[in-house]
Design a protein around this ligand. Structure first.
Ligand code: SAH
Length: 357
């Protein structure tokens, strides 16, 4: 067995109390932790040279103990006239992960990775094909967010400086399989500045293959984050192959957990459904899905499949997609077709890292 060098501990791995305790354990006054949090979460500033409120002789220690550099940009690719940007990051041990920043008229969203690779093995997903390398730490996940917030504030996207408004855990990895680091990150997102980024919980979406125990835990966090469930088909028979964890948690159990989440939080959940030509896009499956979801507090997000290299599967025909929508609407199930942002930059989960590796 190979042992991996541990990721250095970062401010973002700790809660505000632990940050102050760590400052004191280094022989610093506790308020240094608040100053460093302000630099990081309010000004997105990890450059010790510019921290004029911290004595020069102390900056090195504070920077290395609280803000070790966890992610390094390998390259960025943009499309949609610059409104979509995909960043490829190298972690301290050489592992690669991706994040995607998307500017819309009314919001700016970042899609982040919670694991390097993924262990869920969904056959249509590029990340799934490579298997799981390792969990990311909260510091490594949060660093993707802070980098995105910094790009927004610096006006790197068309339209000038803006605020990062939404976060989706739809990059590489299964967030509920790295529960503690993801929850620490969610706290970093929703905690008001200076101890966090101050983004509303309702603007955060956690997407899952349907780990029922994870959904149940999430329910007890008392947070209004949006839950997205990657269903991809209403029937267990096909789902057993499209989303292999279905062999453990069946469609009915997953929906029951999502319903309980909706009851507890008052939040409608999303059903993610990648439309794959002649695999899961038949009108009879739309009918089954409609029957399953009518009267539930759910919204369907249809995603035209982004074909991965070497796969025989492709996106549905336009007429089949239209019919799928029509059938769902006949059951009064709210449905949208996701725009295919970032298609030219291998927007599908995991494709950029796969190409680099
Ligand atoms: N593991 C989590 C989150 C990561 S993927 C999950 O499965 O929900 C985010 C969404 O993109 C999921 O719904 C996933 O099924 C979908 N996806 C993955 N590969 C895709 C592809 N090639 N085309 C379209 N959607 C894809």
């Amino acid at each position: 067995m190979t042992t991996r060098a541990k990721t250095p501990e970062h401010l973002a791995d700790l809660d505000p109390g632990e940050r102050r305790a760590k400052a004191m354990s280094l022989g610093l006054p506790a308020f240094r932790a608040n100053q460093i949090s302000t630099h990081y979460f309010t000004h997105y500033n990890d450059d010790p040279e510019s921290w004029s409120d911290i004595p020069q002789g102390m900056r090195e220690l504070v920077a290395s103990e609280f803000l070790p550099k966890l992610i390094t940009l390998v390259r960025s690719i943009t499309c949609d006239n610059g409104k979509t940007r995909k960043d490829l990051w190298r972690l301290h041990d050489g592992v690669l992960v991706e994040s995607v920043l998307m500017k819309y008229t009314d919001r700016t969203t970042v899609c982040i990775s919670s694991q390097a690779g993924c262990g869920m093995d969904c056959p249509f997903c590029a990340t799934g094909q490579a298997g799981l390398t390792r969990n990311l730490t909260a510091g490594e996940i949060t660093a993707q967010l802070v980098a995105a917030a910094k790009s927004c504030a610096a006006g790197e996207l068309p339209g000038g400086p803006t605020r990062l408004s939404n976060v989706v855990f739809m990059g590489m990895g299964e967030p509920l399989a790295n529960y503690d680091a993801v929850m620490r990150t969610v706290r970093n997102i929703v905690t008001p500045q200076p101890d966090g980024l101050g983004i509303g919980a309702r603007s955060v979406t956690v997407s899952t293959v349907g780990l029922v125990n994870g959904i149940e835990k999430l329910m007890d966090e008392d947070l209004q984050i949006t839950l997205a469930v990657s269903l991809h088909t209403p029937d267990d028979q096909l789902r057993d192959t499209l989303v292999p964890i279905n062999n453990r948690f069946k469609v009915a159990e997953v929906l029951k957990a999502a319903d309980a989440y909706a009851d507890k939080t008052g939040r409608r959940y999303s059903i993610e459904y990648a439309l794959i030509r002649d695999i899961n896009d038949q009108a009879w499956r739309a009918d089954l899905l409609g029957k399953l979801l009518k009267n539930r507090h759910a919204h369907v997000n249809l995603i035209p499949l982004n074909p991965t290299p070497g796969s025989k599967w492709t996106a549905s025909r336009k007429e089949d997609e239209k019919e799928f929508v029509r059938v769902l609407e006949s059951y009064w199930v709210p449905v949208t077709v996701r725009d295919t942002r970032g298609r030219e930059i291998d927007g599908a989960c995991g494709q950029l890292a796969a190409a680099e590796a």
